[in-house]
Design a binder for this molecule. Structure first.
Ligand SMILES: Cc1ncc(C[n+]2csc(CCOP(=O)(O)OP(=O)(O)O)c2C)c(N)n1
Length: 394
């Protein structure tokens, strides 16, 4: 070990130690991908996280490799299981918040059928939960213990190439024996220089569409907003006691809103503020919405054709039209638009309709700057309590 320089300084009579941390190394996505290729990995699937966005970009643009963006983490692992069965070595990417979606195919498919897949799991709220948003804290603190309980060998992905090679070799021995191994990606562990192109195709931004929605909201409408920037932008534009900001639980805003609509007074308007990625993640709930046909129910989908919050990785929505899915699921009126004036008039029209409706706003991929976090002002349990009290006194 090199002797450490003495950064202590004299303050009054006391000698205080001010630690100057050297910047941590970062594994470059090019090196990461080269090592995986060298070990024969060819097929990749996953749901994005900003911690490994560079790796997805690098793999996705390599013609020798296949990356399939999955709608949820369970589907990603099943896709990998299929590719392994067809002879391709596979790896699956997920954020630890998506581990819940993974558990079923992990425990009943991959581990039981012994279909080996390497997992790369980004670790929000790890090792220190207090440094991250509350929705990540439980999984951040417990995931390694759960992996141990499932007997899935796991270790933190080293940031230096040599040590990464060694960790990959260890994981590869597990994979070679038919098992599952996990490498855990910490914040800032990776870097890269490829970025997805940002689309400016549509005039409105997410924030524009949210502000148009919020301006025309009936006062008594309950809004359940999806995870990521949509909730933060709604909070920034118009914080109301009837806004349920659902941070985490990606894809479940529509089911939660349906529960509110069924259980609250019939005339209570319910608005789901959804993202295209979130709507795809648990699209099956659209069938339940159509079947239960709640009265004053608007499923408002902000469609930027990407997972905007995690770095604009493509979703299927450039080719698969969610408003058509809604129509097929029995929503009584559906439409899509990309123009602010048209959006205002459609919102006015939809407000008068009885039955579930779906309005999809096509937006560009421009992100707002310095958007506050909901948790700067409301802890999650306070958000829930506010909405509960509103509905109690309705
Ligand atoms: C189950 C789960 N998987 C992954 C994530 C990471 N994540 C947070 S926001 C987000 C993207 C959301 O995309 P979309 O719903 O299209 O909304 P946008 O960010 O584009 O507004 C992802 C993948 C998560 N929070 N939960």
């Amino acid at each position: 070990m090199q002797p450490q320089p003495d950064h202590s300084e004299k303050i009054g009579a006391t000698r205080m130690l001010t630690k100057i941390q050297p910047p941590l190394a970062r594994l470059h996505a090019k090196e990461f991908t080269a090592e995986l290729k060298a070990r024969g990995y060819r097929f990749f699937s996953g749901v994005p996280c900003s911690y490994f966005k560079d790796a997805i970009e690098e793999i996705g643009t390599d013609p020798a490799l296949t990356y399939v963006g999955a709608v949820n983490e369970g589907a990603a692992l099943a896709l990998c299981a299929g590719a392994v069965t067809a002879g391709q070595k596979s790896a699956c990417f997920l954020q630890n918040s998506g581990f819940g979606n993974l558990v079923n195919p992990l425990t009943s498919l991959s581990l039981i059928y012994r279909i080996p897949t390497l997992l790369f799991i980004s670790m929000r709220a790890y090792p220190d939960g207090a440094q991250d948003e509350p929705q990540h804290r439980i999984v951040g603190a417990t995931l390694r213990g759960i992996l141990d309980a499932f007997e899935v060998p796991n270790e933190v992905l080293p940031r230096e190439r040599k040590r990464f090679e060694q960790a990959l070799a260890r994981a590869d021995r597990v994979i070679g024996a038919g098992g599952i191994a996990a490498l855990l990606i910490e914040k800032g562990a990776m870097t890269g220089d490829k970025k997805p192109a940002t689309s400016d195709r549509y005039p409105m931004s997410r924030m524009d569409a949210i502000s148009i929605l919020a301006e025309g909201l009936p006062e008594d409408a309950v809004v359940v907003s999806t995870t990521g920037m949509a909730s933060r932008e709604l909070f920034a534009f118009s914080d109301r006691a009837r806004n349920f900001y659902m941070q985490g639980s990606m894809g479940h805003a529509m089911a939660m809103g349906l529960g509110v609509a069924i259980a609250a007074a019939r005339e209570t308007p319910v608005v789901i503020l959804d993202g295209d990625g979130a709507a795809f993640m648990h699209m099956g709930s659209m069938a339940t919405i159509g079947e239960r046909a709640p009265g004053r129910f608007l499923h408002f989908i902000i469609d930027n054709e990407s997972y905007g919050t995690t770095g604009n990785q493509a979703t299927p929505s450039a080719v698969i039209h969610l408003e058509k899915v809604a129509a097929a699921c029995g929503y009584v009126r559906t439409a899509s638009c990309d123009d602010p004036a048209e959006l205002r008039s459609l919102l006015a029209e939809f407000r008068a309709i009885e039955g579930p409706t779906c309005l999809l706003a096509k937006v560009n991929q421009r992100e707002g700057e310095n958007v506050p976090r909901v948790t700067d002002l409301h802890a999650p349990d306070q958000t829930a309590e506010r909405v509960r009290l509103e509905l109690l006194h309705a």
